[in-house]
Design a protein around this ligand. Structure first.
Ligand code: ARG
Ligand code: MN
Ligand code: MN
Length: 321
């Protein structure tokens, strides 16, 4: 059975929520850690390095740049994220980023690209998060991360305040979407215009998750050699199983589809960075928080070789007489 190429996991907490208006997403790393994420990953054949939480500077009086809200705060935080993720990936750790809202993917993909320029992006989400500052209906940067990273959209909007450090590093065709069900007009136009492979919930219903994963991975990287960046928004899952999140959308992935996606990605042996974003413990009840954290961890651990059919580590010794 193929194993992960990387034998170390570097965990990075990113307590940042200025990419959207609701407070609480900055508490994502804390709730996932408290629910036992680190020890759950340690059960597998990985050496776990916990890099703690990145320190976020607050930028007072951060005025919108046109339609874009909190541009300097998002820009400053993401520059830091990029530096940190680049160094973690360069030291051969599988970089696990705990968000934070989805705007943190700007820095994490940018930093990952610095270490692994040939990467591909698997974006699991109810949303496409590829609005440009001009197409965004909300001005929230968690709905824009991909537009700042792709080369093909660079001439469609003016540089954003706070992002002079961020040069686009991927092509639109390096992305595949899974789980879409709330896509803005401009985003759909981009997907069609550039032919981004996009498996919405409709394709998942039609083809089943097995076929979707097969085609998604083939489409993205026919030879199966490129490093994978998984950006996993917990709102890709159905809100009944991840209720504590800022922009829930009905009709999402069920727990088994979520687990299967992760198992298939782990089987490639090519995962080199993962974002887990949009867990917001200030939304919903205490029970909702627990359900969200438990669901999220049960899905994340599949990236590290946890098997539903059971598992033992390489060091396991069967008890005998
Ligand atoms: N990462 C997220 N949850 N994104 C939600 C984005 C919602 C909407 N498409 C927007 O641009 O504002
Ligand atoms: Mn989303
Ligand atoms: Mn998202």
């Amino acid at each position: 059975m193929p194993r992960q190429a990387r034998s170390k996991v570097g965990i990075l907490g990113i307590p940042f929520s200025k990419g959207q208006p609701k407070g609480g997403a900055e508490m994502g790393p804390e709730i996932l850690r408290r629910a036992g994420l680190v020890s759950r990953i340690k059960r597998f054949d990985y050496q776990v390095v916990d890099h703690g939480d990145i320190e976020i500077e607050s930028i007072p009086g951060d005025k919108p740049d046109g339609n874009v809200k909190n541009p300097r705060s998002v820009g400053r935080a993401n520059k830091k994220i990029s530096d940190k993720v680049a160094s973690i990936v360069k030291s051969k750790e599988l970089c696990l980023n705990l968000g934070g809202d989805h705007s943190i993917a700007i820095g994490s993909i940018h930093g990952h690209c610095r270490a692994e320029p040939g990467l591909v992006v698997v974006w699991v989400d109810a949303h496409a998060d590829i609005n440009t500052p001009l197409s965004s209906p909300s001005g929230n940067m968690h709905g824009m991360p991909l537009s700042l990273l792709v080369k093909e959209l660079a001439d469609r909007f003016s540089p954003v305040e706070g992002f002079d450090w961020c040069k686009p590093c991927i092509h639109v065709r390096d992305i595949v979407y899974i789980g879409l069900r709330d896509v803005d007009e401009g985003e759909r136009w981009i997907i069609d215009q550039f032919g981004i492979p996009a498996y919405s919930m409709q394709e998942i219903d039609k083809m089943g998750i097995k076929e979707v994963m097969h085609h998604a991975l083939k489409n993205l990287d026919p030879n199966g050699t490129r490093p994978i960046h998984l950006s996993f928004d917990v709102d890709g899952l159905d809100p009944t199983i991840t209720p504590s999140t800022g922009t829930p959308v009905l009709g999402g992935l069920n727990i088994r589809e979520g687990q299967y996606i992760m198992e298939e990605l782990a089987n490639t042996g090519r995962l080199s960075a993962i974002d887990i974003v949009e867990v917001n413990p200030l939304l919903g009840s205490e029970k909702d928080n627990m359900v969200t954290a438990e669901t999220t961890i049960s899905v994340i651990e599949k990236c590290f070789g946890s098997k539903r059919g059971g598992y033992y580590p390489a060091s396991y010794v069967f008890p005998s007489l």
